[in-house]
Design a protein around this ligand. Structure first.
Ligand code: NAD
Length: 326
């Protein structure tokens, strides 16, 4: 099998390439390098620079490499930016996917794995979010992911394409410092940034109906997430005609305050947070039920929050050496 990894020069994509290669699959990266970094693509893995909006280029790449499966990660991912630039997000994430699916089905590629997100659920009012929990995205970004799932499923039903949509929860950590996320959009890098600046980390609201009053999330190590892609790819290869929608999380909630305490302990900063008002649109608790993915793929996360923070910190210090403490 040869898998095309769109967005393979990105944070998660680079981990997927690594995991697929270690599992013995051939991979080819397709990426426009808009947020990706070419150096993340390992030696021996071809990098095709192009946009998912370029149908002709996609068709040439699929044929030239004899692609038999696609893992589609290429997308724009910033929730706040999507509120300001909805047309850009719909174009990149939905139109880019539609064009890719056209090229994939025309080329007769049998398997397709799609990067979805817990953002499809919006503000779920449940203890554990199952795949049956109603989807009500709160941002254009979440909408593009839900529309993407619909496109993928409809195409599978119409053409026999075997599909899996993986709804990632809060992704963190790195397999190696050079593969760490370089953006500051999630809690862990936001706390690192404040500590590095010599400022207290911020808690947005401590009056939520949760045990310590701060928001609760489900964090998943990017190495585990990458392994879930290998398991999904294998499941599609082994039994064609699949139509999977799966949460990828640990099924364990960690509060913002707990995360900040752990980050302070691991980094040696020990700086108490300040509490500021709630941000609009932040749900109190979003924690996955990870039962279906265990049943369907036999996959379960192995890494804990300690591994995520430690590996993310090593990546942060590589980019910000001034942050290191003796
Ligand atoms: N990081 C998270 O916490 C998270 C959570 C849920 C879902 N996701 C999804 O996972 C996927 C990967 O996210 P990431 O965190 O690695 O982001 P990233 O920005 O690091 O990676 C995205 C990659 O896609 C490429 N790309 C973007 N638009 C493209 C296009 N039109 N054509 C070709 N290449 C394009 C970028 O250059 C980049 O290499 C995205 O689909 C994102 O929505 C991420």
């Amino acid at each position: 099998m040869t898998w095309l990894i769109t967005g393979g020069a990105g944070y998660i994509g680079a981990h997927v390439v690594r995991a697929m290669t270690e599992a013995g699959e051939r991979t080819v990266v397709y990426d426009d390098l808009s947020t990706g970094i070419a150096e993340r693509v390992p030696d021996g893995v071809p990098l095709e620079v192009g946009s998912t909006l370029d149908r002709e280029r996609l068709s040439r790449v699929l044929a030239a490499h004899g692609i038999t499966g696609v893992v589609h990660l290429a997308a724009k991912k910033q929730v706040g930016e999507s509120v300001d630039l909805p047309l850009h997000y719909y174009r990149e994430n939905v139109e880019g996917l539609r064009v890719l699916l056209e090229a994939v089905t025309a080329a007769g590629v049998p398997s397709f794995v799609f990067s979805s997100s817990a953002a499809v659920y919006g503000m779920p009012d449940v203890e554990l979010v199952t795949e049956e929990t109603p989807c009500a995205p709160m941002s254009p970004y979440g909408e593009t992911k839900l529309a993407g799932e619909w496109l993928v499923r409809a195409t599978g039903r119409a053409t026999g394409l075997s599909t899996a949509s993986l709804r990632y929860f809060n992704v963190a950590g790195a397999a190696a410092p050079e593969l760490a996320d370089t953006g500051v959009f999630n809690l862990i890098p936001m706390v690192f940034e404040k500590l590095t600046e010599g400022a207290p980390p911020r808690v947005f609201g401590d009056d939520y109906p949760t045990p310590d009053g701060t928001c609760v999330r489900d964090y998943i190590h990017v190495v585990d997430l990458a392994e879930a892609h290998v398991a999904a790819a294998r499941a599609l290869e082994e039994s064609p005609g699949r139509d999977l929608t799966l949460n990828i999380g640990r099924g364990e909630g960690v509060s913002v305050r707990e995360m900040i305490d752990r980050i302070n302990a691991i980094t040696g900063y020990g700086r108490p947070p300040t509490v500021t008002p709630r941000r609009p649109g932040d749900p109190a608790r979003v924690v996955a039920s990870a039962e279906r993915v265990a049943t369907e793929l036999g996959w379960k996360a192995k890494h804990d929050v300690q591994d995520m923070i430690t590996s993310a910190w090593e990546g942060w210090v590589r980019l910000h050496p001034e942050a290191a403490r003796d």
